[in-house]
Write a protein that binds this ligand. Structure first.
Ligand code: CDP
Ligand code: CDP
Length: 226
C-alpha cells in the first residue's frame, strides 16, 4: 500500500550490521545504505590527498569536493568516489585503522550526515552506522542497536581475513576495541544506543535469525502505522 518506514541499525564494529541490514532491505524491497562505507571513502580520499585527520581546515575544504555514491548490486555494494570505483580500496587495513580519527572531524560528519538525511527523505531506507538512530535519523520509525561480545566480533572478522591479511585474532580484538572506544568517546555524535532503540545481542544468533527478528519488528511498526 506504499506505506514505508526508515530503519536505523547502529552498533560497534563486527556486530553484523551491514550483513543484516542488506538482508532486511532485500526482504522489504528497501534501499540499503552503508554509512560506514561513506566514512571509509572520505578517509581513503583524504589519505590520497595527504591530509591528516587533525588538519581540520584542509579536511573541511576537501569534503566539499567529494561526491560519494553507493550502488547496490548482486555482489554487494559498489562505492564510487568522484566517479571512481573505490570499493576495494576503502576496505584496506590502512583505511580501517584510521577511519575513526577522520570520523571524529566535525566537517566530515556534517557533510556525510546531510547526505545521509537526503538519501532517507523518501523513506524505505535501511541505514547502518554508529549515529543513525541517535543523530542522523532521530525520527526513524524503527531503531535497532546491534551488539555482540568483542570476542565474537573479532572472531567474525578473523574468519573474513584469515589467509588474506597477516593479522592474529588477538590483534583484531585489540583493534576492534580501540575503534569502539574512539567511536564511543568522540565529542560529536558518538556511538551510543538511542533511548528508543531496541537492543539486539547477536553473540549467539545466526545472521538469518537476526534479520528475521528485524523484519518482524518492522512489520509490526508498519501495521501500527496504519
Ligand atoms: O564495518 P565496520 O564495523 O568495520 O565499520 P564501518 O561500519 O565500515 O565504519 C567504519 C568507521 O566509520 C567506524 O568505526 C566509525 O569510526 C565511522 N562511522 C561513523 O563514525 N559513523 C557512522 N554512522 C558510520 C561509521
Ligand atoms: O557491519 P558490521 O561491522 O557490524 O558487521 P558485518 O560486516 O555485517 O559482519 C561481520 C562478519 O560477521 C561477517 O562476516 C558476517 O557474515 C558475520 N556475522 C555472523 O557470523 N553472525 C551474525 N549474526 C552477523 C554477522
Amino acid at each position: 500500500d506504499g506505506e514505508r518506514i526508515n530503519i536505523a541499525i547502529d552498533g560497534p564494529a563486527g556486530a553484523g550490521k551491514s550483513t543484516v541490514a542488506r538482508k532486511v532491505a532485500e526482504q522489504l524491497g528497501y534501499i540499503y545504505i552503508d554509512t560506514g562505507a561513506m566514512y571509509r571513502a572520505v578517509t581513503y580520499s583524504s589519505q590520497q590527498a595527504g591530509i591528516g585527520p587533525q588538519e581540520a581546515g584542509k579536511l573541511a575544504d576537501h569534503v566539499t569536493h567529494l561526491d560519494i555514491k553507493l550502488q547496490a548490486g548482486d555482489n554487494g555494494q559498489t562505492v564510487f568516489l568522484n566517479g571512481k570505483n573505490v570499493t576495494e580500496q576503502i576496505r584496506s587495513r590502512d583505511v580501517t585503522l584510521n577511519v575513526s580519527h577522520y570520523a571524529a572531524n566535525e566537517a566530515v560528519r556534517q557533510f556525510l550526515g546531510a547526505a545521509q538525511r537526503r538519501l532517507a527523505e523518501d523513506k524505505g531506507v535501511v541505514m547502518d552506522g554508529r549515529d543513525i538512530g541517535s543523530h542522523v535519523l532521530p525520527n526513524a520509525e524503527l531503531k535497532v542497536f546491534l551488539t555482540a561480545s568483542v570476542e565474537e566480533r573479532a572472531l567474525r572478522r578473523y574468519k573474513e581475513v584469515a589467509g588474506k591479511q597477516p593479522v592474529t585474532l588477538e590483534q583484531l580484538a585489540e583493534e576492534i576495541s580501540q575503534r569502539d572506544q574512539l567511536d564511543e568517546q568522540r565529542e560529536i555524535s558518538p556511538l551510543v544506543r538511542a533511548e528508543d532503540a531496541i537492543l539486539l545481542d547477536s553473540t549467539a544468533m545466526p545472521i538469518e535469525e537476526v534479520a528475521q527478528a528485524i523484519v518482524k519488528l518492522s512489520r509490526t511498526k508498519l501495521a501500527g502505522a496504519k
